[in-house]
Design a protein around this ligand. Structure first.
Ligand SMILES: NC(=O)C1=CN([C@@H]2O[C@H](COP(=O)(O)OP(=O)(O)OC[C@H]3O[C@@H](n4cnc5c(N)ncnc54)[C@H](O)[C@@H]3O)[C@@H](O)[C@H]2O)[C@@H](O)CC1
Ligand SMILES: [K+]
Length: 476
């Protein structure tokens, strides 16, 4: 099953892998023609009713593959108003054929005739609201006629995610949908076929630039703030929490606060005046600090727990106490990770171990990336949290869905890059679901590293990565 939003991500990742939308449209159109041919005989009349988006584009392609049928193409609206270049190019391509292609300038001009088969390609996943004209009149004519109706991707007017039909939606006898089943089609009283349109497997297996689309959707739908993050870290190390906090800012969080032992808080503040640093008594985290930290975590979108805390016994006890009582979302990194498998928590956690830390948590690892991904998936299911396991290929899993990330380079084994990733994951988890946040953060962190390496060769530092994060998170 794939939702329209996921399909858009996969589509953009496919393009980045060298298989652009226009090529997918050619495959979709070909699949539609194959289905139409299976439902008719040579010489039968096939009416292709095309909207001005890519759904219509699919049928404009199909027309070129149906020359042994008596084809009529009805374009709903003027060609100049076709919404996408690739659909327009496929309309223009019909000029080089003998096909009967008609422009329906307004609904009064629409004459369906008496076809044997109607191909309904008015609206696909781009539909919004009840059908407008001329689609409404055309849909009514399609629903009234005696012909069999084959819908492209989804019956026009039906929401492919929910199955809800807008006013005036088409009733289909059959549907050819693309790449994977759609949740909204399952309940329809129509014969649904899934056509493989040649999307490379890697477009789904690996996180790609298409995954950045999730961020634009999040900013459309979110309450308008990009989140507040609390970083709890520091003790034996001061750089780690500072890097995580700066990465969270660069990855889009509005406000980043740091809670660190007093002895290091001032030093952390020295790294950046953009951070709000407040110390707690002593040189390291201990159970006596937990109540105060829980109060500080109240009202934060995400807590990033662990960078630089160290592994003193009382520190790990404090981590366990905190996680036991916390109910929000937290990114857990570094020494704090080993506590996770033992602790009962209502919190939503994203754990970011490297291979060694994963083993310390009780997880297994393997050399082969696909095998490792399967092991990470079952361990994520066992611990009940999202895992982002760092490596030459990162693996991200919530126990159900698993992705891999292959951005990044050997130069990134330098100290501090993990802290940057934890901070970026924290910022993104303010606006995205945990596995999506982890996947986008891993991709962006690696992409930032690749850009720095391309520019300056060796000698990458974690600070370089932080500076490059905004660019890596920008689409296009
Ligand atoms: N990877 C993908 O996502 C692929 C998508 N493909 C096709 O592309 C389709 C999506 O294309 P688009 O995003 O261009 O969207 P659509 O073609 O579904 O619809 C967009 C057009 O419909 C108009 N419209 C929206 N709501 C309307 C309403 N209520 N009444 C009248 N007009 C309305 C819009 O103004 C726009 O011109 C899919 O359904 C599928 O058929 C395929 O080509 C293959 C690959
Ligand atoms: K359709």
């Amino acid at each position: 099953m794939i939702t329209a939003g996921e399909m858009a991500v996969v589509d953009a990742n496919s393009e980045a892998l060298g298989v652009p939308r226009k090529q997918l449209m050619e495959s979709s159109g070909n699949a539609v023609a194959r289905a139409a041919r299976g439902m008719t005989s040579p010489g039968d009349a096939v009416a292709l009713v095309c909207g001005r988006g890519n759904n219509g584009g699919d049928a404009l392609v199909a027309a070129r593959f149906l020359r042994d049928r008596e084809v009529t193409v009805h374009l709903l609206g003027r060609p100049e108003t076709i919404a996408t270049d690739i659909a327009r190019e496929n309309w223009d391509a019909l000029a080089g054929t003998e096909l009967d292609a008609r422009v329906v300038r307004d609904s009064a001009e629409f004459a369906l005739g008496d076809p044997d088969l109607v191909v309904d390609a008015m609206l696909g996943t781009g539909v919004t609201g009840a059908l407008r004209e001329p689609e409404a009149t055309a849909a009514a004519a399609v629903n009234d006629c005696d012909a069999t109706v084959l819908s492209v991707d989804v019956p026009s007017g039906v929401d492919s995610d929910t199955g809800e039909a807008a006013g005036g939606a088409v009733t289909a006898d059959a549907v050819v949908t693309f790449h994977d089943e759609k949740p909204g089609l399952a309940a329809l009283d129509a014969d649904v076929t899934v056509a493989d349109i040649g999307i490379p497997e890697a477009a789904e297996t690996f996180v790609g630039p298409g995954d950045l689309l999730r961020l634009s959707r999040a900013s459309d739908s979110h309450k308008g703030d990009h989140g507040e993050v609390l970083v709890v870290g520091g003790g034996p190390y001061t750089g780690a929490p500072a890097l995580a906090a700066q990465a969270a800012l660069r990855a889009g969080a509005d406000l980043v606060r740091v809670a660190a032992p007093e002895s290091v808080a001032r030093e952390i503040q020295g790294y950046s005046e953009d951070l709000i640093v407040r110390g707690f008594e002593g040189d390291r985290l201990a159970p006596k600090h937990v109540e105060d930290l829980l109060a500080r975590a109240e009202g934060q979108d995400v807590v990033v727990f662990g960078p630089g805390l160290g592994s003193a016994g009382e520190t790990l006890d404090a981590v366990a106490d905190f996680l036991g009582a916390y109910e929000g979302t937290a990114v857990v990194d570094a020494d704090a990770l080993q506590v996770v498998p033992e602790v009962e928590t209502d919190a939503t956690l994203v754990c970011t171990p490297h291979q060694g830390e994963l083993r310390k948590m009780g997880g297994e690892t393997a050399d082969d990336p696909a095998e490792r991904a399967a092991l990470v998936e079952s361990f994520a299911a066992e611990v009940g949290h999202t895992l982002l396991v760092k490596g030459a290929q990162d693996v991200i899993s919530d126990g159900e869905r698993t992705r891999r990330n292959r951005t990044g380079n050997p130069g990134m084994t330098v100290g501090g890059t993990g802290d940057v990733l934890a901070g970026a994951t924290g910022a993104l988890a303010c606006v995205l679901d945990p596995p999506e946040a982890a996947a986008v953060a891993a991709w962006a962190n690696g992409t930032a590293g690749d850009r720095v390496a391309e520019r300056q060769g060796n000698g990458l530092t974690a600070t370089d990565l932080v500076a490059e994060l905004p660019g890596a998170l920008r689409r296009g």
